[in-house]
Design a protein around this ligand. Structure first.
Ligand code: COA
Ligand code: MG
Length: 281
């Protein structure tokens, strides 16, 4: 089973040497090297070479390396692609994607087939989520919850109720087309209790992981988005029980008072595959 964890996806300002250095030792599953909102306009051009040097120096190990460029409708977008196209990133992340045409525009500029992820953070982008997910080069979605809140003019609430339609549309489109889905950031980076609650909500909705802004958020996120010991134990027992009833010619087992059918066994196998992918890191 080809499965890879995306529990923790940390934004690092592409202009900050110290943060780039620090990222090499953080136990994150993926890094977003940011050229967009974490970098001020006067630092944007310089950030390209800072980032290119950091990538050339390497040391990021197994972490998935994602470059977030500026929008192609800004004065920096095309230059970001030209400067970093061959810098060794695994993924290019495009902000404020409104349509599949936006993804195609980046694909044309890249010209090398590098996988593309889309920031889902505009009303139009959410409404076009299925078409965006269907683009053949598109392999991941990142919820841009700060931009979404701004565009929707909604209030920030602990339960993110005003955001549910957008979050679930992102997930629905992602799952329809086999695309990775990463939840938005939690802004109060010193509030561990609030972070944990939001991680749990994102996990329960179906997200693969969460985007992070600060190293202090990594451990909680890795824990919440990994299968727990109890889930691993249950998965093993479900698989064993199902194999046992199958051997006697039946299709349904019972574990802890709940039915186990073939579809539950598929989920159980995915949980075990994810647990061993995490253990192998
Ligand atoms: N990635 C890697 N390292 C980071 C980091 C990040 N996102 N944020 C902070 N650090 C490092 C700091 O460099 C510092 O390292 P040091 O102690 O070895 O020098 C350490 O973590 C502690 O940082 P701290 O002093 O607590 O935070 P700060 O005041 O320097 O920075 C923020 C706070 C929010 C400005 C910073 O975390 C940040 O820029 N985050 C990213 C924001 C972003 O990318 N936004 C765009 C997407 S929403
Ligand atoms: Mg944004």
């Amino acid at each position: 089973m080809d499965i890879r964890p995306y529990r923790s996806v940390l934004y690092i300002p592409g202009s900050k040497d110290r943060a780039l250095e620090k990222a090499r030792d953080l136990p994150v599953d993926a890094i977003i090297f940011d050229l967009e909102d974490a970098v001020t306009p006067d630092a944007k051009v310089e950030a390209r070479s800072t980032l290119a040097q950091a990538l050339a120096a390497g040391g990021f190990g197994e972490r998935v390396k994602i470059i977030r460029i500026n929008g192609l409708d800004t004065e920096w977008g095309a230059g970001d692609v030209a400067a970093l196209r061959d810098a060794g990133a695994d993924v290019f992340l495009l902000p404020k994607v409104n349509s599949a045409d936006d993804v195609q525009a980046l694909s044309d500029l890249l010209g090398n087939g590098t996988p593309i992820w889309a920031m889902m953070e505009t009303p139009l982008g959410i409404l076009n989520a299925a078409a965006i997910a269907a683009h053949p080069q598109l392999t991941g979605f990142v919820a841009g919850t700060n931009d979404l809140a701004k565009e929707l003019n909604c209030r920030s609430r602990a339960d993110r109720l005003p955001m549910q339609m957008a979050l679930q549309t992102i997930l629905m489109a992602a799952r329809a087309y086999g695309v990775i889905a990463i939840d938005g950031v939690y802004n109060q980076f010193k509030d561990e209790i609030g972070l944990r609650a939001e991680c749990e909500q994102g996990r329960d909705l179906g997200f693969d992981g969460k985007t992070l802004i600060h190293p202090a958020q990594v451990d909680v996120t890795n824990e919440v988005f990994a299968p727990s010991e109890a889930e691993i134990d249950l998965a093993r027992r479900q698989i064993a029980a199902y194999e046992e009833v199958q051997a006697s010619g039946q299709g349904v087992a019972v574990v802890d008072g709940k039915i186990v059918e073939n579809l539950h066994v598929e989920t159980a196998k995915k949980i075990l595959a994810m647990a061993s992918a995490i253990a192998a890191l």
